[in-house]
Design a protein around this ligand. Structure first.
Ligand SMILES: [Zn+2]
Length: 98
């Protein structure tokens, strides 16, 4: 009979890294911004933060559809589920068609 021995998925070092990461996420990481609390909650950080933005065009399309549905006073708007998909070629305006 051929037997097999299950190897542990993680060794002691990997387990220690996972525990340390979980401790960081639960204790030291800000749940609001994701930065270390030692940085984001320090008074020395005030005025030292630059913020860049980039638009998510999928979320923008969903928001536009939700706004249009609200303006059209759709029945039971809270029951509408929104799911994004890419346009089919025949749905594209002429200037955007390949
Ligand atoms: Zn924060």
């Amino acid at each position: 009979m051929i037997g097999s021995v299950l190897e542990p998925e993680w060794d002691d070092v990997e387990r220690a890294w996972m525990l340390a990461r979980e401790h960081y996420r639960q204790v030291d990481q800000c749940q609001v911004c994701g930065m270390p609390k030692a940085i984001c909650r320090s008074i020395e950080t005030d005025g030292m933060v630059a913020v860049d933005s980039e638009r998510c065009h999928v979320s923008a399309a969903i928001a536009r559809k939700q706004r249009a549905d609200q303006q059209a006073e759709m029945d039971l708007p809270e029951t509408l589920a929104y799911e994004a998909r890419m346009h089919q070629p025949d749905e594209l305006p002429p200037e955007a068609a390949p």
